[in-house]
Design a protein around this ligand. Structure first.
Ligand SMILES: Cc1cc2nc3c(=O)[nH]c(=O)nc-3n(C[C@H](O)[C@H](O)[C@H](O)COP(=O)(O)OP(=O)(O)OC[C@H]3O[C@@H](n4cnc5c(N)ncnc54)[C@H](O)[C@@H]3O)c2cc1C
Length: 280
């Protein structure tokens, strides 16, 4: 399909992007890797009148250590994350996004701002308790991942805001597991699970579980977390925790899987991810 007509502006700084968003009004859209927005435009599900191409803004690109954790520029590609193995679960999840061509173009900022609940990185961000920074004409603000994802393809970002970077707090002492179930290799997740575990002498001191495609937004599985925190990290307690992972979720049924099957998948994948994280 051919998208509706639009104007195109390439910018070279965040401030230029913010000014262009202001001038373009509510139908202006930022273009990063274009691998979510352009397909929507081709299907005529989105029809921005102005595309502001941020692809040339070097200040938005890169991965650096910061305050014991990591700061990732919004324009950093999935391929760069994949190649930065020190990022642990973030790198592992990025390496499972689609194929290398998509990973070479798609960006972490685009994935987070687009907020597709089937995307890999948003669930990881929830489990990692990441913080997103957005800049606009009225200044800069930080938004916790837990507050960011509001509904299907809907986030806390205001019109006029540019997501500039993502801060991932130190995950020293945490081990992780990432499980993604697809019908075919390189597909979107039917369900995905991120598990982070902090253990001491075989006991779960703390645990965080992020879910992909189990609702209209990425989710934290708090009931499953509560069931494991303070318990021995053995098969019995891991399975008991995984049994709670779908509590309160409303996974969207689709051509690939019914909602019940997704709940089943979530339980199986959570047990696997927790076992990997716990080394059990
Ligand atoms: C064939 C195919 C398969 C895919 N499979 C997967 C998959 O398995 N898993 C997965 O997670 N993803 C998958 N994707 C999506 C891919 O990861 C996208 O690239 C990503 O979700 C969006 O990033 P982008 O840089 O392409 O964003 P764009 O498409 O450029 O933008 C997406 C949205 O984010 C906004 N935006 C972009 N950057 C910013 C910013 N800095 N500040 C504010 N708003 C911004 C744009 O205005 C737009 O609304 C797939 C895509 C394709 C085409």
């Amino acid at each position: 399909m051919i998208p509706a007509e639009f104007d195109y502006q390439r910018v070279s700084s965040v401030d230029e992007a913010i000014a262009a968003l202001g001038d373009g009004g509510e139908d202006a859209k930022l273009l990063a890797g274009g691998h979510s927005l352009i397909p929507l435009m081709k299907l005529r599900l989105a029809a921005p009148t102005l595309l502001i191409d941020v692809g040339g803004i070097d200040e938005l690109r890169g991965v650096a250590q910061a305050d014991g954790g990591w700061r990732i520029g919004a324009l950093t590609t999935h391929a760069t994350l994949q190649d930065t193995s020190e990022l642990g679960v973030v790198s592992a999840a990025a390496s499972q996004i689609a194929d290398q061509q998509v990973r070479n173009c798609g960006t972490i900022g685009g994935s987070i701002a687009h907020a597709d609940p089937a995307s890999d990185l948003p669930g990881v961000m929830l489990a990692a308790e990441a913080q997103f920074t957005a800049k606009s004409a009225s200044g800069e603000r930080a938004i916790e991942a837990a507050d960011f994802f509001q509904d299907y393809l809907t986030t806390e970002l205001e019109p006029g805001e540019v997501l500039t970077h993502i801060d991932i707090p130190s995950l020293d002492g945490w081990s992780w597991g990432y499980e993604k179930f697809t019908r075919r290799a390189e597909d979107w997740a039917m369900v995905g699970v991120t598990a982070l575990v902090r253990a001491s002498n075989g006991t779960c001191e703390d645990v965080r579980i992020g879910l992909t495609h189990m609702g209209s937004t990425p989710l934290r599985a708090t009931a499953a977390e509560d069931a494991l925190r303070g318990q021995p990290l053995d098969s019995e307690h891991i399975d008991a925790s995984a049994g709670h992972v779908a509590d309160g979720t409303k996974p969207p049924g689709d051509l690939n899987a019914t909602d019940d099957y997704k709940r089943h998948l979530a339980r199986v994948l959570t047990a696997r991810a927790l076992r990997t994280a716990a080394g059990a």
